[in-house]
Ligand binder design. Structure first.
Ligand code: FAD
Length: 465
């Protein structure tokens, strides 16, 4: 009945069933699999509205889906209409003077990067899934990534939003304004709502000047405390130009080397702490090459590194001297999801205050060793913003898996941290929501959900326990 009605609204071609649904029946990790009713592929906000009106009337579950790269099971949709935004993939407009882009939800992140770059600008959100994740998914999960330190999370990068509500009404919040105090901020409410409050169809996002020079280095550090000292020093001498500050322990680098035996690794001897640091500059004083052919921003980095080498805080450093070398450095970091999911894994994505990351890692390792001596912690972190991906390789199944995740989250919370940094809640973190989230906050969330989606058709069973 619903499928026939959807075919009437979108045309047969854009409502898929059977084998044709295969790409929408599992997530990127393969850890989540499901059997939807059908896949609806609307091409406009009005068609999204039509799909939701039909579903609303029928009380039919709808799961919005972008690139399916989310890591929390947020797109699982047994018996649901998978509402794919993949056809809504137009960059409607780039307004370089206003530093904004108007994008549809199905735009792939990498495509926006390329379009902004053609204008000498940048959409500064980036991470390993950029070739397949979509703007809709990024907005719905309030994604973070490697440049949060400088540019903030998705929520900080959005000025306007278009959202279709569960009953099909379209909310137009597509302003390109930096100031707009007109009542409750529905834009920030919708960002990070993981498809449970509405379907995001378009957005106005901020662009920034494309750095004209980067200084990128891989560092072998004595310990994490020394690396934080370096971060603060670099921020001071560059006036806040650190774009990324990423931590990879020895075990991670070794696992990457096993997966990519031909990769060029910078250090002959591994280090307990490897840091990828990147500075980005736009001002001519930092960008225009000096007599040595290097941009001054690279000189700032090399001077700071030299001082730390002399003080014995830094064991080794390799500065990228070509774009190819820079890309090799980033390939090492951006393989994190591939490395961590290369064995049966529990993905923990926590945040802790920057000065407590080392303490957290020590305590989480101790808890893990007590609970599962065979388990291996596979850690990688956006250290500059305190976001630790504490993945656990383990053969453990069932309740013991949940216990491990809970223990890691407890250690983060005990240090003033959060049990979800950037991957959202989806299905994976729902137990943590029930355990750790303030009960009054949960009540408010339930009220908001009931007000916007009284029949509970939008991404049911996700986020709110
Ligand atoms: P999907 O996986 O399709 O959906 C994610 C959630 O959003 C689901 O709940 C879905 O229902 C909802 N949703 C999707 N589209 C819409 C829409 N239009 N309207 C309403 N709801 C919608 N995340 C980070 O934050 N930082 C990282 O550094 C990072 N690195 C990653 C690296 C790799 C290799 C991978 C595979 C993932 C990584 N992620 C990272 C996970 C990240 O959440 C996703 O990559 C991205 O934000 C989700 O985009 P997507 O289009 O794939 O969304």
């Amino acid at each position: 009945m619903t499928v026939a009605a959807l075919r009437g609204a979108l045309g047969d071609r854009f409502v898929l069933t059977g084998e044709d649904m295969a790409p929408w029946c599992r997530d990127w990790t393969g850890g989540y699999r499901w059997a939807p009713l059908c896949v609806a592929r609307p091409g406009t906000a009005e068609e999204v509205s039509a799909v939701l009106r039909i579903a609303h009337q029928a009380g039919q579950a709808v799961v919005p889906v972008g690139g399916n790269t989310g890591l929390s099971g947020g797109t699982c949709g047994d018996g649901a209409v998978m509402l794919s935004l993949d056809r809504m993939n137009r960059i409607r407009e780039i307004r370089p003077e206003a530093r904004v882009a108007v994008v549809e939800a199905g735009v792939i992140l990498g495509a926006l990067h390329a379009a902004a770059e053609a204008e000498g600008l940048s959409f500064p959100m980036t991470f390993g899934a950029k070739g397949s994740c979509t703007m809709g998914g990024i907005l719905a999960t309030n994604a973070g990534g490697s440049n949060v330190l400088r540019y903030g999370n998705t929520r900080d990068l959005v000025l306007g939003l278009e959202v279709v509500l569960a009953d099909g009404r379209i909310v137009d919040l597509m302003g390109a304004l930096h100031k707009d105090n007109t009542g409750l901020n529905l834009r920030t409410l919708m960002i990070g709502s993981e498809g449970i409050l509405g379907v995001i169809t378009a957005a106005v996002v901020k662009l920034v000047a494309q750095p004209k020079a980067y200084a990128t280095a891989l560092l072998g550090m004595r310990d994490l405390e020394a690396s934080l000292d370096l971060l603060n020093r670099l921020q001071a001498v560059t006036g806040g130009q650190v774009e990324a500050f990423e931590y990879m322990p020895r075990r991670y680098v070794e696992a990457y080397a096993r997966l990519h035996p031909d990769a060029r690794l910078p250090f002959e001897e591994g280090h307990d702490v490897t840091i990828l640091v990147e500075l980005g500059a736009t001002a001519p004083r930092d960008v225009v090459p000096g007599p040595d052919g290097q941009p001054p921003i690279a000189g700032l980095l090399e001077t700071a590194l030299g001082e730390m080498l002399e003080a014995g805080d830094l064991a080794d450093a390799v500065v990228a001297h070509s774009e190819a070398q820079r890309r090799d450095f980033w390939a090492l970091r951006e393989a994190a999801a591939e490395v961590c999911t290369s064995r049966p894994v529990i993905i923990c994505d926590v945040a802790v205050p920057l000065d407590r990351v080392a303490l957290f890692l020590g305590q989480a390792d101790r808890r893990l060793a007590e609970m599962d001596p065979e388990a291996v912690a596979m850690v990688v972190a956006h250290l500059g913003d305190g976001n630790v991906h504490y993945s656990v390789w383990t053969e453990t199944t069932g309740a013991a898996r949940n216990a491990i995740m809970e223990a890691v989250e407890e250690e983060a919370l005990a240090l003033g941290g959060s049990f979800s940094a950037e991957h959202g809640i989806g299905l994976a973190k729902r137990p943590a929501m029930a355990r750790f989230k303030d009960p009054v906050a949960l009540e408010v969330m339930r009220s908001v959900k009931a007000a916007l989606d009284p029949k509970g058709i939008l991404n049911p069973g996700k986020v709110i326990p």
